[in-house]
Ligand binder design. Structure first.
Ligand code: PGA
Length: 257
């Protein structure tokens, strides 16, 4: 089954006003897609609206994504941002369960599941991030962790909603460290996640059509070997998404595969 490649740029807490707009402008012109691909960029909340305007004016197909949100529709949740507010400014994709939300901000699986369900209910696309820490990998727990985070994250999701779910496998030890999973390690993890979705959660057709991105120091130099793996369907890119030529080169690598 051939799956349309999917590449996401997670800008994290980087870039101020003009820098964010300049990067969006540049991405809109350099991220040429020679074949089918989905591309999303996720700026900080502050700049979603203006980055969305830049993309729209440029006629870009790049989608607008949010790095976080709160699962409740409105109310007394000081400092939080709802899905409908994100929708208002053109967001159609949300990240859920990113390693930094889990490990730095302390989000538990229960909250991650609540967010996944709320986002799907709000007609958003969800990129659900999973991945093991170095200690867990050394202890041989990679698949168990990925299965656990995938199972908790997707609890209660319907078969129909799965068309709007992408998994991002992001080994925690590879995020922002310059260390990348080998193509073989990435393939093994992706294959195990897909098998779990097939045998443990849904069925073959959902598992085979579900895209699994790789994240963790993805860059132009390693994107080609990673995307050549049968179960690697794209990338969730942090550092390299802040450099338009690098991000464009990663998108291009998915087109050459
Ligand atoms: P990185 O980040 O590419 O800088 O490792 C990936 C991510 O956090 O999604």
């Amino acid at each position: 089954m051939s799956r349309t490649p999917y590449v996401g740029g997670n800008w994290k807490m980087n870039l101020h006003g003009d820098e964010a707009l300049a990067l969006a402008q540049s991405l809109a012109s350099v991220t040429a897609m020679s074949g089918p691909a989905d591309v999303v960029i996720c700026p900080a909340f502050m700049y979603l609206s203006s980055v969305g305007d830049v993309l729209a004016k440029a006629g870009s197909l790049i989608k607008l994504g949010a790095q976080d949100f709160y699962a409740q529709p409105n109310g007394a949740f000081t400092g939080e941002v709802s899905l409908s507010m994100l929708r208002d400014v053109g967001v159609s994709v949300v990240l859920v369960g990113h390693s930094e939300r889990r490990h730095v901000l302390g989000e538990p699986d229960t909250l991650i599941n609540e967010k996944t369900l709320a986002a799907l209910e709000a007609d958003m696309e969800v990129i659900l991030c999973v991945g093991e820490t170095l200690e867990q990998r050394k202890a041989g727990k990679t698949d168990a962790i990925n299965w656990g985070q995938t199972g908790y994250g997707l609890a209660g999701v319907t078969a129909d909603q799965m068309t709007r779910v992408t998994i991002a496998y992001e080994p925690v030890w590879a995020i922002g460290t310059g260390m990348t999973a080998t193509p073989g390690d990435a393939q093994n993890a992706h294959q195990a996640i897909r098998a779990f979705v097939q045998f443990g959660l849904f069925n073959e057709s959902i598992a085979q059509s579900m895209r699994i991105m790789y994240g963790g120091s993805a860059k132009p130099a390693n994107a080609g070997d990673l995307i050549a793996q049968p179960d690697v369907d794209g990338f969730l890119v942090g550092g390299a998404s802040l450099v338009s030529d690098d991000f464009a080169a990663i998108v291009a690598a998915t087109q050459e595969n």
